[in-house]
Design a protein around this ligand. Structure first.
Ligand SMILES: Cc1cc2nc3c(=O)[nH]c(=O)nc-3n(C[C@H](O)[C@H](O)[C@H](O)COP(=O)(O)OP(=O)(O)OC[C@H]3O[C@@H](n4cnc5c(N)ncnc54)[C@H](O)[C@@H]3O)c2cc1C
Length: 305
């Protein structure tokens, strides 16, 4: 059977793309391996109408609504290969099963690579937090640390005092602020600690502080830090899609309609944008879904409602 579209990735971006095609009564196949990026967090914040819900509950609800459409097929599994075959696209699942479609939407997300620091990984999403917009409110007015991972951490350090007046930036050998930057941090009330961080303290997933390499420890209630990101799936590379460099890692290049550099292949969500959150992923999924649908009908899709 030739599907109208296969969507790989069934989280914020993939489900948002899929429902547009389902509502256009197109035959679609959604493949998902069940590893959304925010699965480590107990609750998701800032997503319209779902603030504070668990990521699993949001996705389960959206998937249930999608599967009510009769033209939707869902496969719980991993797509391991994708290729262009004549005028269609074929994906191969880890089980060896093949599926074909006229359009392909990649909504496969990214994987976070964290600093190699004892105690960091097991607290990721609970007391080690990646984003003040997503999780800052819940730790407001507490003792907050920021572990620098790149020049970008400076910007985060300047913003964090909006959530607490007790903020300490651990430069950790990654950042050497200039005198002007130090003055800006001081003006925002941010303390700067140059000694390297050796480990996180406290009964995980709680955090009570960090231990510095010089033997001192600093008490904390939460630690913010960034990650490097990499593609969660090799499918875009297998298809020959071009990539751009983002501040945290590479992402799939798309045009305004979310079509990649390979005609007929669309990409949405964290895998196809520089900055990440669930709302942006979902919005891009809507664009990809509508664009893919219009491309099945119109010679020059306009992507609009
Ligand atoms: C700890 C943490 C907490 C966060 N909290 C928030 C928050 O509170 N609010 C917010 O707005 N954002 C938050 N984010 C960001 C948010 O998680 C992402 O922006 C969002 O999940 C991106 O959605 P996506 O659909 O692009 O990718 P993902 O949600 O990562 O989903 C990708 C899906 O594709 C599947 N997949 C990948 N490869 C394949 C394959 N080859 N075959 C089949 N399936 C595949 C995966 O299993 C996964 O289900 C958080 C991120 C982290 C790390």
């Amino acid at each position: 059977m030739l599907h109208d579209a296969i969507i790989v990735g069934g989280s914020f971006a993939g489900l948002s793309a899929a429902i547009q095609l389902a509502r256009a009564r197109r035959r679609i196949l959604l493949v998902d391996s069940g590893q959304p990026r925010n699965r480590f967090a107990r609750s998701s914040h800032g997503f319209f109408g779902q603030d504070g819900e668990s990521p699993a509950a949001i996705l389960a609800h959206a998937r249930k609504q999608l599967l009510a459409y009769p033209t939707v097929q869902f496969v719980d599994g991993l797509a391991s290969h994708a290729r262009k075959v004549d005028r269609a696209f074929e994906i191969t699942l880890a089980t060896g099963e093949n599926h074909k479609a006229s359009r392909l939407i990649l909504a496969t997300g990214v994987v976070d690579e964290l600093a190699d620091l004892p105690g960091l990984r097991e607290r990721w999403g609970t007391t080690v937090l990646h984003c003040h917009y997503c999780h800052g409110y819940e730790v407001a007015s507490r003792r907050l640390g920021l572990l620098a991972t790149s020049e970008r951490s400076l910007q985060a350090a300047l913003l964090l005092p909006d959530w607490s007046d007790d903020v300490i930036l651990f430069t950790n050998g990654v950042l050497t602020p200039t005198d002007d930057q130090l003055a800006a941090l001081r003006a925002r009330g941010v303390r700067v600690e140059p000694a390297a961080v050796e480990a996180l303290l406290g009964p995980s997933p709680a955090i009570t502080g960090v231990k510095l390499r010089d033997g001192r420890s600093v008490p904390l209630d939460a630690l913010f830090t960034g990650s490097r990101t990499r593609m969660a799936s090799p499918l875009a590379e297998q298809l020959g899609c071009a990539f751009d460099d983002g501040p945290t890692g590479p992402y799939i290049r798309t045009d305004a309609s979310k079509q990649t550099t390979v005609p007929g292949v669309y990409a949405a969500g964290d895998a196809a944008r520089a900055n990440h959150n669930a709302s942006w992923a979902s919005a891009d999924g809507v664009t990809a879904g509508i664009s893919a649908h219009q491309s099945l009908v119109l010679p020059q899709p306009a992507c609009g409602g």
